[in-house]
Design a protein around this ligand. Sequence first.
Ligand code: PLP
Length: 396
Amino acid sequence: MLNEKMVKLGTESSAIRQLFEYGKQRKAEIGDDKVFDFSIGNPSVPAPESVNETIRELIEKEDSVLLHGYTSAPGDMAVRTKIANYIKETSGIEAEASNIYMTCGAAASLTVTLTAIANEGDEVILLAPFFPEYRVFAEKAGFKCVVVNCREGDFQIDIPVLEKAINKNTKAIIINSPNNPTGVVFSEETIISLAELLNRKQEELGKEIFLISDEPYRELVYGDVSVPYPANYYNNTVVCYSFSKSLSLPGERIGYIFVSPRCKDSAFVFAAVCGAGRALGFVCAPSMLQRVVAENLGKTANINVYNTNRELLYNALTEYGYTAVKPDGAFYLFVKALESDAAAFAEEAKKQELLLVPSDSFGMGGYVRISYCVSTEQIKASLPAFKKLYEEYNNG
Ligand code: PLP
């Protein structure tokens, strides 16, 4: 007898993956340039050249056995020290190597963190719309997921609604800013109110509530927007970071967990993170990539393309009549579907060869997500199809 839950997860791929696969098939049928595939969040710009340079240098100059060997389970000490110093410089928090645990990207950061803190009966709050895998990771770790909708209109956290969802079983809340799927950056006001609420609830309930800050898009922001660092506002914060999007390295699987030294019993939380990584069989994060990212902290791939795409798409779609919040970060635009059933709308869009992800799997109905990490040519070529789709719904 197999684990039925796993069979289900393995046979029903996510709505995003299904659409991505459909896109590949459709492109083979009618040609790559005829299908406007906005399904998946795969960076479309290359990693910075300095990443390739570091790889070349490491391969040429380092001892090959060491370079490709196991590191200690939480990661290479010199790498962890560099990351801790970087966090200290950029946030002011007294981070040390002993607060940093290297991982295989944000997905691993999240599964390890959730597994580290879950006990029977615990609840984790997900803010909808959310990255669909949160539910998969949290349930496997043993959590019950409680979904709280963000404010419609600006997709900031709805503090009064969140307050009602917090109870004696609440162990953690996951936040993600810049956000997938909305592109929204939580304002400083939002983060301050969140911290104030969590502190008050911790007092009232006499227990710790963890803030898990999932930050794969931290550096992907446009204009002069700054992203508040939640660990600066709330002590019991665990940061789940990834280099997948910032350095365009999603297939290399590299990121880290930062257990803030301000967490209550921070050393124990870190020990639980190490234990969860061990129990999940991660062994250590890819050793050469650890070295690579440590030399490229704070750098990003050239995100100008994303910004150009964002402006083009947002301006054109809102001019046609669509409703969307202008994204400040990440590479997603969350657009109101033109009928209440987002899946039906996405099917209609397919007839124009537009592949848009219906929002239901993000925990909220009525929208579609457009991943604009594609070529600017694709954005331009897709605009007449968006216009036609809008007219279809609005001109009878
Ligand atoms: N969290 C969010 C919000 C994401 O959008 C993604 C990937 O798209 C992940 C986590 C997983 O990222 P990684 O590739 O680093 O595992």
